[in-house]
Design a protein around this ligand. Sequence first.
Ligand code: HEM
Length: 457
Amino acid sequence: MTLVAPPPIPRAAGSLPLLGHAIQLVRDNLGFIASLRQNYGPLVEITLQPGTRTIIVQDPELIRTMLVDLGPSLDKGRFFEKMGQLLGDSVVTAAGQDHVRKRRQLQPAFARGEIARYVDIMRDEVNAAVDTWKPGHVLDVREAMVKLSLDMLAKTVFSGSLDETTFRRLRRDLSVVMNGVGARIMLPDWAEKLPLPFNRRFNQARDAVRATIHRAVDQLQASGHGNGDMLSMLLRAKNDNGEPLTKHEICSEILTLAVAGTETTASVLSWSLYELARHPDVEARVLAELDGVLGDRPITFEDITQLPYLRRVLDEVLRLHHTGWLVTRRTVTATRLGPWTLPAGTELAYCQHALHRDPALFPDPLVFDPDRWLDSDRQPPSSAFLPFGAGKHKCIGDRFALTELVTALATIVRRTRLGLREPVRPVARATVRPQTLKMTVRPRRAPAPGRRNSPMS
Ligand code: HEM
């Protein structure tokens, strides 16, 4: 048998000495990555940072091989390494056995039974947010969704462990960390050492979050019992030798959960409200389903799986507006990917946003159509729709996120109508999100019975 050598991996056009593809990436990073799918085959090489080479994996089967089959043997790559340097090592940044251990420790906090208890907290946070939206006013929906997502996550982590003033301070500090981390991951290492206000603010906020969590852990340990929140769960978590997580490890996990679980949820919520405003027929079907299932009562955990149309709307948002910009990995040894053998140290990446818009995989990919998920002729191969990734690093918060998304949308759309005011442009920062999303607030109905009065009632 003669072995045929695979074709060489092409290098994307337009790379400049010293700058690589920096100009295309600064000008329009999403457009640049999408153009690779049109112009090149399964693998293509680009320069994300001067001096580095990254292979973009575009073929769904090779993406699956990278995430699932090669998952245990690959490092997570430069982006995640940088996150670890900034926020501490966590399940998000770890690879190999270290990752297995960290994931096992965290898993109980995301178990079905725990999430059932978080729904009431999430719904209260949504109602409190909607209470502040004044009819007739213009709402910065993106900003409101970031705040809401952070509140939902922070309240589930700390509901019983912090007094209100400390919680507000922690939320403010976490928000500085979240806003700063995306830019830092993209910047060269030396930039974050410059004595600039931007760097000082980030470092102070991160240290303040750590100090607050340390104090909360001390108090919980001194009290000798848990509060039923996620922090109490993390305190009970043990490693394989039966040892609990250290305070430093708990802080790192919470900081990274805030980053992994806030911008993502906020972007999906923003895009969902945008698509519902653009498609009144879809919104009417969502409302009819909610009326049929909930009547006048607020949403509870048991309802989350009883709303198939809302779930299809969310799947369609996760397809058309996926928040994932580039997910990275790195080979540790010479590694076979399809017919290619990649040397140790090769940086790999894939873009969910571009994958989910590929016309070869999704007919009419730019059309928002929740019913495509019912049509057997339009189903993509399973490796082409990866809202929460795949393999050993698949999102640990997938069930938590879907619960938040269904709870938040069900609560928001029954109380308000949000009207679009201007065209919206996607940008890829830490996530792919609307650059700005301003919408006009119109009342729909009062909050469910049993809730306090609000400006909207
Ligand atoms: C709609 C919202 C979300 C989306 C689209 C999303 C997407 C993803 C994806 C694609 C990955 C895999 C990354 C990789 O392959 O390296 C991931 C990992 C992860 N996500 Fe999410 N996520 C969301 C919400 C959340 C939430 C709410 C949390 C936590 C509260 C969370 C925590 C994590 C963690 C800890 C990991 C790392 C898992 C590991 O490496 O074992 N995510 N997420």
